[in-house]
Design a binder for this molecule. Structure first.
Ligand code: NAG
Ligand code: NAG
Ligand code: NAG
Length: 388
């Protein structure tokens, strides 16, 4: 009975994978994480020695899923971790290059985070300032495009505004801030609310059972990004901080015929292709993007990856990749597709509120177009050459 259930679940999974396409999510492989990080830990009296050792264990656990620490690996997908502690003042315990393996991390972090300081004062602004210096001092041409993340553990939060302004400066420079409110029973009732003003959106956490997974999710998300000039697909076009997906799009406001547009996309980034619209959500996201791109005017018209391939409407992919057949959601205008081999590619035609698919000739109608590619993430390393 039990075996049967397991088998059925397994078969359903296989069936779903082979029959449905989904838009690529961000890579989820912690063993291939490539980030530069600094942990910033409050070690004022309020934290207590037990609290501090619990944080050391939490940090060590976050990196114990196979994440390659340091820069020794031949694989460029490695993560550097610096460590800063703070009370009334801040101390640099480890720069970005000190820990060169997970063993180094274990060997140092439990001693660095063993004993609280003599003071009750806890000034996060000092901790953030030193973390910023650690990131600056650790700059490395080879890791120029690696994303940066600061992981903050605090037991109290002094709301003098200074920490918030440093946090805003870091965030606007592209560094992600993750906060952990480590409330030691009593003390600071408003701690979590205060730290939510420091963290990047959705990255304010508290010490509960899900904490390790929460922090790992934030790291994977920070590692998932698009090259400059590309827009990351996300839950809400209107909110650039809403949960991201694993593809990037780039509308091009200069006309070309479909076949030339396809090559232009392929030349813009590794493994780029003409965009797909698996869902209404993606269709709407692309429509909102083109409306905000120079060179797109009413009435709108732009090529997407629709192509009549071997008798089936399919989506463009890089040469040599399988082209998924269109399924589930169809954006055809009524009367389309017109059945003729001379109209073997698809484009969107629209007004100010929406657009619909029509099939056209691939070699004789010049339109704007929209390109797509996978995000740079743990499953898709992007080199400095590609990103520069
Ligand atoms: C994070 O911040 C948001 C808004 O500031 C808040 O609604 C949410 O409860 C916070 N999460 C935690 C775990 O404190
Ligand atoms: C085209 O379709 C036929 C019949 O379904 C199939 O045998 C053939 O392998 C397909 N060719 C390509 C290139 O997909
Ligand atoms: C705008 O375009 C959509 C999709 O092609 C169509 O359904 C709708 O009727 C059009 N609206 C107007 C006001 O023309």
């Amino acid at each position: 009975m039990k075996f049967n259930t397991v088998l059925t679940v397994f078969l359903i999974k296989i069936y779903v994978i082979s029959s449905e396409y989904i838009t690529r999510p961000c890579g989820q492989d912690l063993s291939n994480l490539w980030l530069d990080m600094v942990a910033v830990v409050d070690n004022s009296q309020g934290m207590t020695n037990d609290g501090l050792t619990a944080i050391a264990a939490n940090i060590a656990s976050v990196f114990s899923d196979g994440t390659k620490i340091g820069t020794n690996s031949n694989d460029p997908r490695t993560t550097r971790l610096g460590l800063v502690t703070y009370n009334s003042k801040a101390t640099k315990n480890a720069d970005l290059n000190k820990f060169q393996s997970i063993d180094d991390l274990y060997d140092n972090i439990f001693t660095d985070l063993a004993t609280v300081s003599q003071t009750d004062d806890s000034n996060l602004e000092n901790g953030l300032e030193v973390a910023e210096k650690v990131l600056e001092a650790g700059k490395n041409e080879k890791r120029k495009f690696y994303k940066k993340l600061i992981l903050i553990y605090a037991s109290t939060f002094n709301r003098n505004g200074e920490a918030i302004s440093i946090a805003n400066r870091l965030k606007s420079a592209g560094t992600k801030l993750v906060t952990v409110a480590y409330n030691q029973g009593g003390g600071d009732e408003q701690l979590a609310d205060g730290l939510a003003q420091i963290s990047s959106p959705r990255f304010n956490f508290t010490n509960n059972r899900a904490l390790i997974g929460d922090i790992q999710m934030a790291m994977l998300e920070a590692n998932c990004f698009c090259a400059p000039t590309w827009t990351q697909y996300r839950q809400y076009y209107s909110d650039q901080f809403s949960p991201p997906g694993g593809v990037c799009i780039q509308p091009v406001g200069l006309t070309a015929v479909w076949r030339a547009a396809r090559i232009s996309c392929a030349n813009r980034f590794k493994n780029a292709y003409l965009a797909d619209e698996f869902t209404q959500h993606k269709h709407d996201f692309i429509f909102d993007s083109i409306k905000n791109t120079n060179g797109f005017q009413l009435p709108y018209s732009y090529h997407i990856g629709l192509t009549l391939s071997n008798g089936s409407w399919s989506w463009d992919r890089p040469n040599g990749w399988e082209q998924p057949v269109v399924q589930h959601w169809f954006g055809w205008d009524s009367g389309f597709p017109i059945s003729t081999s001379s109209k073997a590619s698809g484009a969107n035609f629209g007004n100010e509120t929406d657009a619909g698919w029509q099939n056209i000739g691939a070699m004789n109608i010049g339109l704007n177009y929209v390109c797509e590619t996978a995000t740079c993430d743990t499953d898709n390393y992007c080199s400095t050459d590609q990103l520069d």
